[in-house]
Design a protein around this ligand. Sequence first.
Ligand code: PLP
Length: 360
Amino acid sequence: MTRRVFNFNPGPATLPFEVIRQASQAVLEYDGQGMSLIEMSHRSKQYDKINAEAEADMKKIMGLGDDYRVLFMGGGASLQFSMVPMNFLRQGQTADYVNTGAWASKAIKEAKKEGSVNVAASSEDRQFAYIPKTFNFTKDASYVHVTSNNTIYGTEWQTYPETNGVPLIVDMSSDILSRKLDYSKFDLIYAGAQKNLGPAGVTIIIAKKDFIDSANDNLPTMLSYKTHAAKNSLFNTPPVFPVYVVGLVLKWILEKGGLDAIEKINTEKAKLLYDMIDANIDFYSPNVDKDSRSKMNVTFRLVNRDLEAKFVEEAKAQDLIGLKGHRDAGGIRASLYNALPLEGVKKLTEFMEQFKKDNK
Ligand SMILES: *Cc1c(COP(=O)(O)O)cnc(C)c1O
C-alpha cells in the first residue's frame, strides 16, 4: 500500500495517482522493450511517439491548430525570463511588463538586461493583492508580458488586457490548463511543468509558428526558439521522462472531459475554500481582492497571526501537507492544482472549522 497525503504544496505539486502508477511502471520497463524508459534513446520510435502525442494532446486540449507549436525544453520557467526578451525584444523597441508579484519582478529584471522595458502597471503598492485594471502600454511595443497566476500572492488574471495587435506573452506556470480560455489570444505561453502538468525538469512553450519565425537571430543556439522548433524539441537530449509524464497528465485531462470538466471542479474546489474563509472572517482573513482571487493558490491569514504556525502543524498531523505560505507573503497558502482532489479541500475546510472552535 502506498500512503497518500493531501499535498497542497505550490510546486513541485500533487499529480494524479493514476499517472504516478503508470509512470512508475515505465521506469521498470517501457513498451515491451526490455528496458526502462529512462534508459531509452530520445531518437527511438517510442520517444518520437511520446513527443508527438504530447504536442498534439496539448494543442487539442487548448483548442489550438496547426498555426501553433508546442516545445519541450529544460531550464525552467526562469530561463524563459531571459529567452523571451532575447528572442522578441527588438532593437530600438520597448517591451511592456505588468508587475503582479515576485515572478513577474524576476521576469522584468531579466528583460532589462536585454533592452528597454516599460512596467505598464504594478500592484506592488498593496503587496500584490490585486490584478491591475489600467495599463500604460507603449505604442509599438515588441510585446506585452503578463504572469497569469501569482503563485506566491494568490492572485490570477480573470481576463487578459487588450493589446491592440501587440503580441501577448504569458507566464502560465501555475494555472496552465486549469480553465477554459481562448488560448489563441496569446502569441507565446510558457510554463514550468511542476505546478500543474508534471514533474520538474521540463518547461512547456506554446507559441504561434509565425511568432517563432519572427524571433531575433544571432542568439546562442540553445537559447533560440527557432532551434527547438526546427528540431521538434529534439535538438539535444530532451528531458525524456518528464515529457512522458506530462503526456500522461494530458491524457488524464482528456479522459476527465477536457478543460470544461477541469474548470468545473477547480471552480468548485476554490469556492468551497473561499466560502469557508468568507464565512469566518472573525478568525480567517482573506488577503487579496475578491475580483483577483486565484483558483490555484488560495492565500489567507489567521486574524491571530500567532496561530499560523500551529495551524500548519496541526493540519500536517491530519495529512494536509504544504499549507505554509511563501516566506515573502507569510500566512497560509493552499495550492489547489488540477490533481488535488475535491475531497482534500473538503477535509481542509473541516479541519479549519475544528481549528477555529479549538482556538477561539
Ligand atoms: C514556479 C514559477 C516560476 C519558476 O519556475 P521554475 O521552473 O522553477 O523556473 C515562474 N513563474 C511562475 C508563475 C511560477 O509559479
